[in-house]
Design a protein around this ligand. Structure first.
Ligand SMILES: [Zn+2]
Length: 166
């Protein structure tokens, strides 16, 4: 992540394959996970390989404890976990949808999000790793960035993300 950040401070964006991240422009850098999340790959329910998921995670440079493979998952949100699953519950015009649970906490007089779980749903017909990167960004608390071409641009994919603060 340090390298990515360095790149982004020089050029204002980091470029990996065709994935553009204007990383330094994102808000919500202060958001964090309550526990270091475990990433659950629901193997029969996603077209992305463990390596692709690791690649997407590494682009963000956020901490995770491990990637675990589960043959089949239910759609329940699980504490401390980022679950990657198909988009059976997506609406017709959505390619991806990340549901997450967080609470607002005050750190240095600023309200930030403390995340505790995320469910990343991805349409299995969309073979585009930038969708995976986008939704994983949401799972780590990053919001949309629509000023430029960017992996977090909300217009690059038809999707919405849900928030369930408690
Ligand atoms: Zn989004």
């Amino acid at each position: 992540m340090k390298l990515l950040f360095l790149l982004s401070s020089i050029t204002n964006y980091a470029h990996a394959d065709d994935i553009v991240m204007n990383y330094s422009q994102y808000d919500a850098h202060e958001n964090y996970w309550r526990v270091v999340p475990e990433v659950i790959v629901c193997k029969s329910q996603t077209i992305f390989s463990e390596n692709q998921i690791k690649y997407a995670l590494d682009l963000w440079g956020e901490s995770y404890s491990r990637i675990s493979i589960r043959e089949k998952c239910n759609y329940q949100i699980e504490y401390g976990k980022i679950k990657i699953i198909d988009g059976k519950q997506l609406k017709k015009d959505q390619n991806g949808y990340t549901s997450y649970i967080y609470r607002d906490v005050k750190v240095n007089n600023k309200v930030v999000r403390e995340h505790e779980s995320a469910l990343v749903q991805l349409d299995r017909n969309i073979n585009d790793i930038s969708l995976l990167v986008h939704e994983i960004g949401h799972a780590f608390g990053y919001n949309h960035y629509n000023e430029n071409v960017d992996v977090m641009n909300s217009h690059s994919h038809r999707h919405r993300s849900g928030k369930y603060p408690y």
